[in-house]
Design a protein around this ligand. Structure first.
Ligand code: CP3
Length: 342
């Protein structure tokens, strides 16, 4: 069976001899070939140039026997397409062009219909990748959740305390809803474009889903994700990753998603047992393990694999993105452990 078939079978919770494997942020700074390209072109140039974005997407697949490729891009292309650009701060983190604070600023955002046109380069990159992969590996598209994108837009960039977005949520729900509605509509148009361009699955990153009170997760984040899923083709595989939301896993599983990607603080075998059998789970090795030694990686990967023995519907991954200090020999040990396991 091809890697793509293995990946799709795991999403469909079919029985497999071993889980498929891919790694969040598998293209990135831990790869010397990525750093070499970045010395010549900025991150944004790489994202906006289909040939470069394709090259970066394929770099990890040339080195490692991964079962899926994930589009090289960023979740922040959506705020940018709506009219709020972004850049990287010297000291690390994101700076948006401005902070979104008023009704007039929300009204001034571009309409959802403009988004596919402004993100033509993503369409072009996915089509190039589809051809290049030729059905061997699965091709993943992605985007941020409406809530996670709203945190960057309202905070004006990366944040520690998320005071502004929470203030907005609690003090002016009408404006909060108007903003989230706009982002949601933009994401629906964007994901429809990705599906038409050939994506086999789409991962929604609700990276900041865990910062809002548990009883407000539905109103702040999950209802908007639900609206996206309702607007996409019924059987299309959607993966939801929401960091730090363990109490909400069951609600997330009932949104109509096909795969729930869980962070490393969860016991994956317990999550597998508690979720409905038609929802697959993805994860969830601690990314820091890839900064240690190949022996430790082999040991921990085997522990996770053994804990899942006999279950169906597991896509092997980390519990969050691989870190810039990850070691190549640790990544190799992970790939060897998962692909040799039976
Ligand atoms: O997984 C992949 O390989 C696909 C590419 C991908 C990137 N960003 C490339 C990237 C994906 C899926 C993302 C998603 C993303 N971007 C998220 C959600 C995932 C998560 O980690 O929770 C978020 C929150 C962002 C926003 C973002 N982009 C941040 C916070 C940063 C780091 C900024 C810093 O402090 O340096 C980025 C930059 C970024 N996106 C890099 C990569 C490879 C590093 C850019 C570099 O080379 O310096």
């Amino acid at each position: 069976m091809t890697s793509r078939e293995r990946f799709l079978a795991a999403c469909a919770c079919e029985k497999l001899d071993r889980p498929p494997l891919w790694v969040m942020r598998q293209a990135g700074r831990y790869l010397p070939e990525y750093r070499a390209l970045k010395a010549k072109s900025s991150f944004l140039e790489m994202v906006r140039t289909p040939e470069l974005a394709m090259e970066v997407t394929l770099q990890p697949l040339r080195r490692f026997a991964l079962d899926a490729a994930i589009l090289f891009s960023d979740i922040l292309v959506i705020p940018e397409a709506l009219g709020q650009g972004y850049r990287f701060r010297e000291e690390g983190g994101i700076a948006m062009e401005y902070r979104l604070e008023t009704r007039a600023q929300v009204d001034a955002l571009a309409p959802a219909a403009a988004v596919p046109e402004r993100l033509q380069y993503v369409d072009a990159t996915l089509k190039l990748l589809k051809r290049e992969l030729a059905g061997k590996q699965a091709l993943l598209g992605f985007g941020g959740s409406p809530w996670t994108l709203a945190t960057y837009m309202v905070e004006g960039g990366s944040s520690e305390e998320f005071e502004r977005i929470k203030q907005l949520f609690y003090t002016d729900r009408a404006l909060f809803d108007a903003l989230l509605e706009k982002i949601t509509a933009a994401l629906i148009a964007y994901f429809q474009m990705q599906i038409q361009a050939g994506a086999d699955a789409i991962q929604i990153f609700d990276s900041w889903g865990g910062i809002i009170a548990g009883q407000d997760y539905e109103a702040a984040s999950l209802r908007w994700i639900r609206a996206i899923i309702a607007a996409l083709p019924r059987e299309f595989p959607i993966i939801l990753y929401a960091k730090g939301t363990a109490p909400q896993l069951t609600d997330q599983a009932f949104t109509g998603i096909r795969v729930l990607s869980v962070d490393w603080t969860n016991d994956l075998a317990i999550v597998r047992r508690t979720l409905p059998g038609n929802v697959a789970v993805q994860g969830n090795l601690d990314p820091v393990l890839l900064n240690t030694t190949p022996e430790i990686v082999r040991h921990e990967a085997s522990r996770l694999l053994e804990s899942m023995r006999g279950t169906s519907g597991h896509v092997f991954n980390l519990g969050h993105g691989i870190m810039p200090h990850a070691k190549l020999e640790c990544m190799q040990a992970l790939v060897d452990s998962v692909t040799a396991w039976r």
